[in-house]
Design a protein around this ligand. Sequence first.
Ligand code: ADP
Length: 364
Amino acid sequence: MSGSLILRVRAALSAIKDPRSGRNIVAAGAVGGLSAGEDGKVRFTLDVPDGDRRAAESLLKAAEDAAKAVPGVTSVSAVATAHSKGAKPQEPPRGGHDNPFGLKQKPRIETAGEALSGVKAMIAIASGKGGVGKSTVAANLAVSLSARGLKAGLLDADIYGPSLPTLFGIDQKPEMRDGKIVPFEAFGVKLMSIGFLLDPDQAVAWRGPMVMGALRQLMSDVDWGDLDILLVDTPPGTGDAHISLIQSKKLSGAVIVSTPQEMALADVRRGVQLFRQTETPVIGVIENMAWLEGPDGSKQFLFGEGGAERAAKDLGVPFLGPVPLYPDLRQASDDGQPVAATEHPAAKVFDRLAEDIAKFAKLG
Ligand code: ADP
């Protein structure tokens, strides 16, 4: 960490005026997490005006340019955040029938950075809605894949509710090595979350380009090294993060997690369509919280029976299988102990699903 470089960058940033308060952005407290490596790489977050994309982008650019102009700075990574209490994530735009996501055009396919060249398969874990257990499923699948002897990674790209730090009980900030962010490792899985880079108390409303920039950074600035499989826990719905993944050209397929309710199923359809539209194979649908298992082995179908399986069939995509509702799973997750790494009956369920995913990725 280069202390004097930080001071010089801070001084350069102090020359920029925050349009909201009229004070400079440093004095206004808009600059956070400023760091500078020995190699001259500078990083910081910038709290930008909420609800005014143009003002936000121009402030971010001004700050980046000021930092870049400081002698000794070789590169600048600035991530914009917007404070707004109770801010809601943006709804993905919806267009007409042929274009349910409101995409202005088919996503432009760009070359992926060299950064992920050591990753054999990258798989998105998606869901139509929040709260269906997508992150829980992604975390346990990653642990099961690692238990099968594969080099597995998990990238938590759920900017609206990163849960990987809790699921794996990690509350430190990651370190930098040779200008790259070093992922954590737990239960044999390499881990990185946008939650490690953001202040958890900050209510953050991300705008489209920022979501895409953050995700690109998590793919290219993290030292993933050689991996057989990298699972990406995506934000619920279909939006900018998904487009970014598709544009990286590294996405091998997508798994969709749903609960059995009809409401959730409408969203499954939208998810399937997005991936189809961009020729990303849908590996299949996992039905989470499929039933509540009694101590006598009886099943209580709290949210209806077999809905996700029927939807998968209707949509012509594979049904990977159900995950029952385990009342003790929430506690295990809050304790930072993924059940897939324990003797819990869920470990078998996740292992079977991991087997199918490994087979799809030609790793099984
Ligand atoms: P999402 O990522 O879809 O928002 P989470 O993975 O955060 O959902 O899960 C939401 C809540 O449901 C968490 O408290 C989690 O522990 C719980 N949960 C998820 N799957 C199950 C399950 N199969 N059985 C019991 N609780 C579950």
